[in-house]
Ligand binder design. Structure first.
Ligand SMILES: Nc1ncnc2c1ncn2[C@@H]1O[C@H](COP(=O)(O)OP(=O)(O)OP(=O)(O)O)[C@@H](O)[C@H]1O
Ligand SMILES: [Mg+2]
Length: 278
């Protein structure tokens, strides 16, 4: 990206000061073995938003979620969760990992996976009891997987596994939930279920940050968007940030993705930017 463009971009990204953000990131640089993969990230995510993280493969999207979760320690900069520094924050953050990062052969039953979501609220030396079990069953029911409670996780389809991991995040009952590509490889029915869950989470004023690859559905699902390609290209409300110019900056040079971007922009231009899916 040429220099003026990036400087302009940073200016655009910062925008007006956001009141009461759920997540605030300043000057963040993250490196794996001294090789930076995220540079100079400055952004805020509004409380109660459904926020999408978009960018090509290797753009640093999962890494960004890892920094917010506290799994990775940035080389520079800071993250605040509800105005408290990440490393001092006791705030729990729910997480649905990217499918490829999970060992699906691990011998564990569906209900036990979801019960894991309740452990941190229990504290040391306490075993989950009936209340936790009932709550885990409610969360499984919410994703339409209650009938599968005794199945081994490795015996489920990809979409079913995804639902179980979403149930585990719901069981954590946190104010912030991060999901890494929850829609990847799921069928239409699972997509509808996940979307309904997102609507419920929004109603419950949770802040949900989702890595998302399908540019066609960004406008329909999300009210806030982060465009990332090692640096932050743009961040803000979907209506003003999910633009042709920003998409081209994010995916620049990759023809197939550009086609996808162009198609998404055509949809915006054809007046379907009302937040409803036709
Ligand atoms: N544990 C690691 N050690 C070293 N490098 C890593 C590690 N994890 C990721 N990377 C590198 O960091 C960069 C960003 O990776 P990341 O997984 O965050 O990208 P992503 O945007 O989530 O990509 P994808 O869309 O493929 O999931 C990539 O170049 C990747 O190879
Ligand atoms: Mg990833």
């Amino acid at each position: 990206m040429e220099k003026h463009g990036f400087a302009q971009c940073l200016h655009d990204c910062k925008g007006p000061e956001m009141k009461d953000p759920a997540i605030e990131i300043h000057d963040l640089t993250m490196a794996y073995r001294e090789k930076p993969v995220l540079w100079d990230i400055d952004l805020s995510i509004p409380k109660g938003s459904l926020c999408s993280v978009i960018g090509p493969n290797g753009a640093g999207k999962s890494t960004l979620l890892g920094c917010i979760l506290g799994t990775y320690k940035p080389a520079n900069g800071w993250i605040k969760i509800f105005d408290v520094p990440r490393d001092q924050s006791q705030e729990l953050i729910g997480f649905v990992p990217q499918r490829e990062s999970v060992d699906w052969d691990f011998p564990i039953q569906v209900l036990d996976v979801v019960m894991m979501g309740t452990y941190r609220s229990l504290g040391w030396f306490r075993w989950p009891g009936k209340a936790q079990r009932d709550w885990a069953m409610q969360c499984l029911d919410a994703v339409g997987m209650a009938d599968f409670k005794s199945r081994q996780i490795g015996e489920l389809s990809g979409g079913q596994q995804q639902r179980v991991f979403i149930a585990r995040a719901l069981a954590q009952d946190t104010k912030i939930i991060l999901m890494d590509e929850p829609f990847a490889g799921v069928d239409a029915a699972t997509e509808v279920t996940i979307r309904e869950i997102l609507i419920d989470l929004k109603k419950a004023q949770k802040t949900v940050v989702i890595v998302h690859h399908d540019l066609q559905t960004v406008e329909d699902f999300f009210d806030h968007v982060l465009l990332l390609n090692l640096r932050l290209v743009a961040a803000g409300p979907t209506a003003t940030t999910f633009t042709r110019e920003n998409l081209l900056r994010t995916y620049g040079g990759k023809l197939t993705l550009l086609d996808e971007a162009a198609e998404a922009v055509r949809r915006i231009r054809s007046g379907r930017s009302t937040g409803k899916r036709g």
